[in-house]
Design a protein around this ligand. Structure first.
Ligand code: ZN
Length: 405
């Protein structure tokens, strides 16, 4: 039996109850913000589409604070081959280092997906492309920040936030974050902590305190073409060579270390009656510990042809470092769990195999907590959805973390 249910859940404090009630009242407003964002399709590889999304989100962030004139600073980072990245800085009521709220507004779904996978509410679920990964996360940022302004506007000047906050939303996370990575890293270095509003883990909404690092390699083999009937012996079969390499590469997996090597795509050959001159494999590598990065990278790049008549070329490397559960990450989790307890809920944590931009910030040693966004299932799949009933306490958790971390 799950230990979470063995005892009665913790009782929310009076202040926590007030905050939960606040977000419960605004639950439909959060849903409609999510819906607006989902209904602007934003595949990573369509610059015009992600641009529209960036404009819409920028406008929403600049409207925060209602009638109060805020010194919100919206900054667009232009990207050549991808959509622009959006940075929003909110002044704070203290000299504390800012907290960085990190996320992305691109999705894996091509334009037109919405027609087959509409944004709908049914039985506590909100469905649609990117609803979990991670448009609900963006909506939660907006509503948590609006609430903090609202709660503190009597105490402080012009609805400043309790501390400076920087929001960074990138357009290329689903395709490796090459163009946004330097921006993410430079903002993280200035932050006290990074809160990543990627989807949470499982239907209990656990946060992510460890993520594997990710690498990608292309192994290309060149042999020699020949007629399979007339000149069989003059040919050098690139597929055969690649098959032997695949066996070897797959042997690099070390499950105990959390190191996996997956040959995911192979191609090669032209016709059955031709000895194939070309073959290639695309390889996905995952590492749980940074100290394993150099070793596996060296192994991949030292592959040599079994058949000396073949040429073998290896390109690629480790793209995202692992997010390790450092002391800084663990402390941030403890803080989040304490806030959740106040709210009457036991917040779990999980280590996952997938990477996010949180890997970059944790890799720099900045305390990072990931998976703070929507609770649901089916990221990148036709049944992608979030649970609507989870939104209020999620928003309350994020608001609490912004104040305290
Ligand atoms: Zn994501």
């Amino acid at each position: 039996m799950n230990p979470v249910y063995r005892k009665a859940p913790p009782r929310p404090s009076a202040e926590a109850q007030r905050r939960l009630a606040y977000f419960n009242e605004r639950r439909d407003a959060i849903v409609s913000t999510i819906r607006e964002l989902v209904e602007i399709e934003s595949p990573s590889d369509n610059k015009a589409a992600v641009h529209r999304m960036a404009e819409a989100v920028a406008q929403k962030f600049s409207q925060l604070g209602g009638n109060v004139k805020l010194k919100v600073n919206v900054r667009i980072h232009p990207a050549k081959d991808f959509g622009n990245h959006l940075q929003v800085d909110f002044p704070g009521n203290s000299a504390a280092k800012p907290v960085l709220l990190l996320g992305h507004y691109d999705t894996v779904y091509p334009l037109g997906t919405l027609a087959a996978m509409p944004c709908r509410v049914a039985d506590n679920k909100l469905t649609g492309p990117g609803v979990l990964d991670m448009k609900s996360g963006i909506a939660l940022m907006l509503h948590a920040l609006a609430a903090l302004q609202d709660w503190h506007k009597e105490d402080w000047h012009k609805a400043d936030l309790p501390r400076p906050v920087t929001v960074l939303l990138v357009s290329d996370e689903e395709v490796g974050s090459d163009s946004s990575r330097p921006i993410t890293e430079s903002l993280a270095k200035k932050a006290a902590a990074v809160l990543v509003l990627e989807p949470s883990y499982g239907l209990q909404g656990a946060v992510k305190t460890a993520r594997k690092g990710v690498g990608g390699y292309l192994v290309k083999v060149t042999g020699k073409a020949a007629h399979a009937g007339l000149d069989f012996q003059k040919g050098v079969n690139a597929i055969l060579e690649l098959a032997r390499q695949i066996e070897k590469i797959s042997g690099f997996t070390e499950l105990k270390k959390g190191l996996t090597v997956n040959v995911g795509i192979v191609s090669g050959g032209s016709r059955t009656n031709v000895v194939p001159a070309e073959a290639a494999a695309q390889v996905d590598v995952r590492i749980a510990r940074m100290k394993d990065a150099a070793g596996i990278d060296r192994k991949m790049h030292s592959l040599r042809a079994f058949n000396r008549k073949c040429k073998i070329e290896i390109t690629g490397g480790i793209n995202r470092p692992p997010m390790e559960r450092t002391a800084g990450v663990a402390a941030l989790y403890v803080q989040a769990a304490a806030i959740a307890r106040e709210l009457g809920w036991k917040l779990g944590e999980a280590a996952v195999g997938g990477g996010s931009d949180g890997n970059f910030t944790a890799g720099l040693g900045i305390p990072t907590l990931d998976g703070l966004g929507g609770v649901g299932d089916g990221a990148h799949a036709p049944h992608e959805h979030i649970l609507i009933s989870e939104l209020p306490r999620r928003a309350a958790l994020i608001a609490g973390l912004i104040e305290l971390c």
